[in-house]
Design a protein around this ligand. Structure first.
Ligand SMILES: Nc1ncnc2c1ncn2[C@@H]1O[C@H](COP(=O)(O)OP(=O)(O)O)[C@@H](O)[C@H]1O
Ligand SMILES: [Mg+2]
Length: 352
């Protein structure tokens, strides 16, 4: 059993608008907690970012929601999805396979992990439509597959449907993966660094297709990235993860312009190439992310934090600042503190 989440982010009451409700999620291996006290809600059509340095527990969070963790990792807590009458935590593979690719779909960093190298891509898309009975027969599934390939911007969708994954570029493969993920109009799309492995020139285009794909379907999205500028473009709300915990969350614009947690402040400083320290060096967060299970007790960030004091040896309570926002820090950045952000905010960011 996990403890009562008195330090977990406060969420609004469960409502019919909730697509995903994660409560007190914990992932552990051999007694070491890799993810702890994770608690959040995603509402219909909402796009929520999950950011943090490598090793913070972002991918484990996504994989535990999808029921895709290796067997030696133990997940506890609760993951509820609208329209699914059972908890996803502890659900057996038969039940999960009915949900995955239907109500909830995922795009990973590396497209080949999601594709079958020996099957034509049109057939791979048709399969997910047939398995979940979205299309009644092979002919209509095939036609829908070609239509999906057109939607993700592949120039000759008929020819693309006949091709094998290796015949595509990395960016095109990720579009195929997106077509498969969107095929059954999932209520929630989970993306884990979907453009990180792609050439910078194609990243923006693929991001655009992802956003358009979820907007057209009114799907909600959990979007994982280490790139703050991408979150600012894509998401309305953001959760900041460190040491397997959500340390801050809130509307993108608020969190990026007025971070409260010292870790968030550090991340923003580290993303800002226009700000240098008094010796002219780029600002980075001091120290490095400890291996899982080796974060300090109390505040997980305290061994890297300039503001840490004795009190930080105790775990900081979650301090709510709104229904979906708050932070867990004893020495928050003053609310009216003079600081700037290097995260490029465009007009799209944070629209609610
Ligand atoms: N199967 C596993 N067994 C043990 N530790 C793991 C396993 N998978 C991931 N970890 C550890 O859990 C931590 C969080 O990993 P991950 O969720 O992949 O981080 P992120 O996606 O934020 O970079 C890392 O320290 C990683 O080494
Ligand atoms: Mg990851």
């Amino acid at each position: 059993m996990t403890p009562v989440p008195d330090t977990a982010p406060a969420s609004a009451q469960d409502s019919p608008d909730d697509v995903l409700a994660v409560r007190n999620l914990e992932v552990a291996v051999g007694g070491r907690k890799l993810v702890e006290d994770v608690d959040f809600t995603i509402r219909a059509g909402e796009r929520v970012g999950l950011i943090g340095e490598s090793g913070s527990g972002k991918s484990l969070t996504a994989l535990s929601i999808m029921g895709l963790l290796p067997e030696d990792l133990r997940t506890t807590g609760s993951v509820r999805l609208a329209g699914v009458d059972h908890d996803l935590v502890g659900a057996d593979e038969t039940r999960m396979s009915r949900v995955r690719g239907k109500e909830i779909a995922m795009v990973f960093q590396e497209p080949m992990t999601a594709l079958n190298p020996t099957m034509r891509v049109g057939r791979q898309i048709a399969e997910v439509l047939l398995i979940h009975r979205t299309r009644p027969d092979r002919a209509s599934a095939r036609a829908a597959a070609v239509e999906l390939l057109a939607q993700v911007g592949l120039p000759d969708p008929e020819a693309a449907a006949h091709a094998y994954p290796h015949q595509f570029s990395g960016g095109q493969r990720q579009r195929v993966v997106l077509a498969i993920a969107l095929a059954n109009d999932p209520a929630l799309l989970v993306c884990d660094e979907p453009t990180t492995a792609l050439d910078v020139t194609v990243q923006a285009r693929v991001l655009d297709l992802i956003v358009r794909g979820v907007e057209d379907r009114r799907s909600a999205m959990l979007f994982i990235t280490h790139d703050l500028a991408v979150v600012a473009t894509v998401c309305e709300r953001v959760m900041v993860m460190y040491g397997g915990r959500v340390v801050e969350s809130g509307p993108v614009r608020e969190v990026f312009t007025r971070p409260r947690h010292r870790y968030t402040q550090g991340l923003i400083g580290a993303s800002d190439l226009s700000v240098v320290d008094d010796r002219g060096r780029l600002i980075t967060i001091g120290g490095s992310v400890p291996p899982a299970g080796h974060f300090p007790a109390g505040c997980v960030f305290r061994n890297r934090c300039d503001s840490a004091s004795e009190s930080c040896a105790t775990r900081p309570d979650w301090r709510p600042t709104g229904p979906d926002s708050g932070y867990a820090c004893f020495h928050p950045v003053p609310e009216n503190g003079a600081h700037r952000t290097g995260v490029p905010m465009n007009q799209e960011a944070g629209r609610a």
